[in-house]
Every structure is written in C-alpha cells, then in structure tokens.
Design a protein around this ligand. Structure first.
Ligand SMILES: Nc1ncnc2c1ncn2[C@@H]1O[C@H](COP(=O)(O)OP(=O)(O)OP(=O)(O)O)[C@@H](O)[C@H]1O
Length: 185
C-alpha cells in the first residue's frame, strides 16, 4: 500500500515537472536551474535542435521505466531468490546493523531483504572510518535506496546542522532521491 502511495506521489511530482512555468510551488528550481530546464523543454517542444539532449525528459523516461519495475514488485521478489540475478541476496537488513529507525523505514517501504548492490555496498559505506565507493548496477536494483540508507546512517539527529550532501545530475532526479530519503528517514 505505502509503496503504491509513494510511487503515485512520485508520478504526480514528475508530471508537475513537465509544467514548471505554471507551478509556483516550493518544488520550483532555483532561478538559474529553472531557466536551464525551461530552455531544454522549449527546445524539445519545438523539435528544434535534433542533437541536443533534454536531460529533464531523459530523467523522466528513466523514472517511467523504473516505475514499471515497481509495478512488477512480485517479480522483483522472485528474482531476489535467483542466485544469478543482480537482485539476489541472502543477507538481511538486520545483518547490516542499520539503526533501528532506519530498519523501520526499510520495512515500511516493504523491503524484505537487501538486493545484491545493497548487500555489497552498504557494509563498505557503513564502515568506520567511512570508505569511498564507486558502484554500478542495473537500473532498478536499489542503488538509490543503498546510498540513501548509507547517508542517513551517518546522520546524528541530535546535530541540527547539515550533515549530508547528495549531488544529482538533474533536478528531477534530486526530487526523486529526496522522496526516497523522506520515506526512509
Ligand atoms: N531491497 C529491496 N527490496 C524490495 N524493493 C526494493 C529494494 N530496494 C529498492 N527497492 C525498490 O526497487 C525500486 C528501484 O529501487 P531504486 O530506485 O533504489 O533503484 P536504482 O538502482 O537507484 O534505479 P535507477 O538506476 O533507475 O535510478 C524502488 O521502487 C525501490 O523502492
């Protein structure tokens, strides 16, 4: 249920991003970035400069592809049991020694066990002292959830200052990551 609500909210958010000019809400980008996005959008609307890549549209397309994977969650769960799948995992979130609040957030999202990228990357990202990590995995295999969990694990809620900085290549992607973090945190 909560996963459906989350993906629906993200979809609504994505749709709203297609019409940034008409939306005077807090979801607006800072002026410079908004200008860039709108510039890309108008280029694409008029079909003008064939070679130029519209990053906002590209990001939305990626999101739509991922959304179709979310709909097939049952299949994802089955794939996690297949040792040849990148989603395969034998470890549990408890074994990753996440903070109890985060564990609650993970289960609230309906995650029963970590995917392979989460299983491999999280111990390194949670190590003390923290280690640098570059990781890659197929789309929809849980990378966002992995680095979001790692970021949140390093946050001390008693400290009232900024403790994490997540840099994303597009505004839309940043919003999506923010949604995941809100859900988990
Ligand atoms: N351990 C898990 N168990 C079940 N579902 C999961 C798990 N981890 C992530 N998911 C779900 O799988 C979907 C894809 O996860 P996520 O967005 O983290 O993947 P991604 O690798 O970052 O994808 P992309 O490369 O497209 O950005 C999301 O709906 C997420 O809620």
């Amino acid at each position: 249920m909560s996963e459906d609500a989350w993906s629906t909210a993200v979809d609504v958010q994505e749709t709203s991003q297609l019409d940034l000019n008409k939306r005077p809400s807090r979801l607006r980008a800072p002026p410079k970035m908004k200008e860039d996005i709108n510039a890309n959008g108008s280029r694409s609307e008029h079909g003008g400069h064939g070679e130029e890549v519209d990053l906002a549209e590209q990001s939305l397309l990626n999101k739509m592809i991922r959304h179709s994977l979310v709909r097939n969650r049952n299949q994802v769960e089955v794939l996690q049991a297949d040792p040849t799948s990148p989603l395969y995992s034998v470890r549990t979130f408890e074994e990753l020694r996440l903070k109890p609040e985060l564990l609650k957030g993970v289960y609230h999202l309906g995650f029963n066990r970590p995917s392979r990228i989460q299983e491999n990357a999280l111990p390194m990202m949670l190590a003390q002292p923290p280690q640098n990590l570059i990781a890659q995995s197929q789309s929809g295999t849980g990378k966002t959830a992995a680095f979001s969990l790692a970021m949140l694990s390093h946050v001390n809620t008693a400290n009232k200052w900024t403790q994490c900085l997540c840099i994303a290549p597009t505004y839309e992607l940043a919003l999506q990551i923010g949604q995941v973090i809100e859900q988990m945190g």
